[in-house]
Design a protein. Structure first.
Length: 422
């Protein structure tokens, strides 16, 4: 039996939430590529399992079925439903599915991730001090219409309650008392908790530690939850053919574009988006990247270094008769197959990936589906792990959500892979 099973709707979320436990020396394995979610095989000597349902951009019905299938198939003392700290995805549908499949007294909703400048106050989500509704994340096709968590859950059959910041800052006893009161009055309430720093999340975790609750949060709350199992062994490294790592940037967020500006021009290998829309793989980019790796350089693959390249690819996709969703899928798959051709030929010292959709497609393309986290990370949201299956077993990996990090994050992650894993 696992101590905790994390259910995430994308890979980078599964990785950074799982890292909260791996950093406490608990063996943590991420099921990165969704398989038959109704038939989960227990992984030996693992305390924490993080499962990627890859359902963020699915229909509400498909996302709900995926989550319910995982909860019913996994044997775990505690379920942790990971949600995006910018409230993207099928959040309400997936929470409802998890509630249906568990015997719990309450759902504790705390999406704040203060280390990444995501906070919750008055039940409203903020990013870098701005209300979520005022940020670029609302442009996402699966963005919530409101940053108000109470509004978001108002259609749920369960009553929605709120633990204000003043209660949380008053301490564990006050917080526990209010949550207990809510649970006594209502059946399985959805309890939204404010938090603006890590101490608030720690208070929430301690106040609910002895209750049978469903945790609903991002990577922030996960760091605050403790489990009592002794630590175990982590995955061993494996030799690489090259001494240089490679990067794959699939995110088209403003943050990712800013981070690419810190990467040396001679490292960037631009994969042609229009080519991906028609041919699937950019063979020219493959040849360039292989040459760089064999010369000891560190290539960084991307299909876009700015909005103009995104628009060019979108125009080419439309001319080919593709919908926006199909363009997104074709580019992710094409960037992944291009990367896989390079990895299979050279086996770099490590792989850095940002953008959850592309990361999943890369792992599929190199036939890796499971990652053991090592407990190390290169800043918030960029955990380090190693593939534990497939032909590239042992290869070091770092993933990062597109909107996380500062301008030097990509450079730092690549340097970490080359310094610690080469």
């Amino acid at each position: 039996m696992y101590e905790i099973c994390i259910i995430a709707d994308d890979l980078t979320g599964a990785m950074d939430t799982g890292h909260g436990f791996a950093a406490q020396s608990h063996p943590t394995v991420v099921q990165a590529v969704p398989r038959d979610l109704s038939r989960h095989t227990q992984i030996k000597s693992t305390h924490v399992s993080a499962i990627n349902t890859d359902s963020r951009y699915n229909s509400k019905e498909d996302a709900s079925r995926a989550v319910e299938a995982v909860v019913q198939s996994v044997d775990a003392r505690q379920i942790y439903k990971k949600i995006d700290s910018t409230l993207r995805g099928n959040i309400v549908a997936e929470v409802q599915a998890a509630l249906r499949a568990t015997d719990t007294t309450a759902a504790i909703v705390a999406p704040a991730f203060p280390a990444a400048s995501r906070t919750t106050e008055n039940a409203v989500q903020y990013v870098n001090g701005r209300q979520l509704a005022e940020t670029e994340y609302t442009d996402d096709p699966k963005a919530m219409k409101s940053a108000d968590l109470i509004d978001m859950f108002e259609q749920s059959p369960q009553p929605t309650k709120h633990v204000e910041l003043g209660t949380v800052t008053a301490g564990e006893d006050r917080t526990r008392g209010l949550i207990s009161k809510y649970c006594e009055v209502d059946m399985t309430p959805i309890i939204i908790c404010d938090a603006t720093d890590d101490t608030h999340l720690q208070t929430i975790a301690r106040a609910t530690a002895t209750r049978n609750v469903l945790y609903i949060g991002s990577g922030g709350l996960a760091k605050a939850i403790t489990i009592n199992e002794d630590s175990g062994e982590m995955a061993a490294s494996a030799n690489s053919a090259e001494t240089s790592a490679m990067g794959i940037v699939g995110s088209v967020s403003d943050t990712a574009f800013t981070q690419l500006k810190s990467v040396s021009d001679d490292q960037i290998v631009c994969v042609d988006g229009p080519t991906l829309c028609t041919d699937g793989t950019d063979t020219t980019a493959v040849s360039i990247a292989i040459k760089k790796l064999r010369q000891g350089q560190t290539p960084v693959l991307t299909a876009a270094t700015g909005p103009a390249m995104v628009e060019r690819t979108q125009d080419a996709g439309k001319q080919s008769g593709l919908s926006p969703a199909e363009i997104r899928s074709v580019v992710a798959t094409g960037l992944a197959t291009t990367a896989a051709a390079i990895i299979n030929e050279t086996r770099p010292a490590g792989i850095f990936m940002t953008g959850g959709d592309v990361a999943v497609e890369v792992l599929k393309s190199i036939e890796s589906s499971m990652i053991q986290l090592t407990g190390a990370a290169v800043g918030t949201g960029a955990p380090h792990g190693r593939a534990i299956d497939g032909p590239h077993e042992g290869i070091p990996l770092i993933t990062k959500p597109g909107g996380f990090g500062n301008e030097s994050t990509i450079v730092n992650c690549l340097e970490y892979l080359e310094t610690n894993d080469a």
